[in-house]
Ligand binder design. Structure first.
Ligand SMILES: [Zn+2]
Length: 296
């Protein structure tokens, strides 16, 4: 029994040492193979030093091989799939030093372009000059003493055109007139030179102002968009031409009138912007002045 046990112990010791040897051998073998096949060291050597280069690995081809093994009674097929990869290294474009100044990093704001062209050339195109015949009751032929104001009116005659109002001044001599008439389509007729007196405001203001009559389609006195646009252009152009500020632009309404008994009243002209029954009309007038393109 003792010998038997001794023999068994030696055998077990031998087997144990053999297993340890193989274990260590296999561990070493696995480490060596891993270093070789994983390319660990190769990667370190070929990693691009330039950080701007980019490396990408693209699978390009997949190879599938089939190995058929035939034995006497079985047929086995062993399929091996191997993927080969191609490494693509992308380098940044070469930079060429240049003395050219760099563009500014922030965009400059483009200059604001006026909504309307109010150059002399554009206004000459827009305005039809058709002077009235000189007559005491329309185009007086008198000269302004100075120019203080540009005055806006409405005709008070719904749907009438600029041409009809001009003919009324010319033919009926109604003891009223204006320097300009703006029609429903935005057309402008100039009735007299700008240094002459028109009978428009019913006060001495006639001698210090240029008056503009505006046509309107209905009783509210509201101007069409076309009339409004031409009015903005014309008033802006006149103010810039004669060095007048926004405050010089007034309504017929703004000239106080007095009855024989001394009672002050204001003509509600132009009605849509000077209607005493419509508080919004005064706000509209302020908005109109805001729309003007005046360098003041
Ligand atoms: Zn008026």
């Amino acid at each position: 029994m003792a010998n038997r046990n001794q023999h068994d112990t030696k055998t077990e010791s031998f087997l144990s040492n053999l297993m340890k040897f193989f274990f260590i051998f296999f561990v070493l073998l696995i480490i060596i193979l891993s270093i070789h096949y994983m390319g660990f060291l190769d990667d370190i050597e070929t990693t691009p030093t330039d950080p701007s280069t980019q490396t990408s690995t693209v699978p390009t081809k997949t190879e599938t091989t089939e190995r058929h093994t035939t034995t006497s009674d079985t047929v086995s097929v062993e399929i091996t799939t191997q993927e080969t990869t191609t490494e693509i290294v992308t380098y940044p474009p070469a930079t060429v030093p240049t003395n050219r100044p760099k563009p500014p990093e922030t965009m400059t704001t483009p200059p604001i372009v006026n909504r309307y062209d109010i150059s002399d050339e554009a206004m000459k195109e827009l305005i039809e000059v058709r002077y009235l015949t000189i007559h005491p009751n329309s185009r007086s032929g008198k000269k302004l003493t100075e120019l203080k104001n540009i005055v806006v009116h409405y005709t008070g005659n719904p749907r009438s055109t600029a041409d009809q109002n001009w003919r009324n001044f010319e033919n009926n001599k109604p003891n009223t007139s204006a320097h300009f008439i703006i029609g429903l389509e935005g057309e402008i007729i100039q009735c007299m030179p700008l240094d002459e007196v028109a009978w428009a405001v019913g006060t001495d203001g006639n001698y210090t102002s240029i008056s503009i009559e505006c046509c309107h389609p209905d009783e509210t006195g509201k101007f069409t968009d076309e009339t409004y646009e031409s009015l903005v252009k014309l008033v802006s152009w006149l103010c810039n031409k004669f060095g007048l500020g926004r405050d010089a632009v007034i309504r017929h309404y703004d000239y106080p009138r007095y009855t024989s008994s001394g009672y002050e009243w204001h003509k509600q002209c132009p009605l849509y912007y000077a209607n005493e029954k419509d508080p919004a009309s005064h706000r509209r007038w302020e908005e109109f002045k805001d729309d003007l393109i005046i360098n003041d």
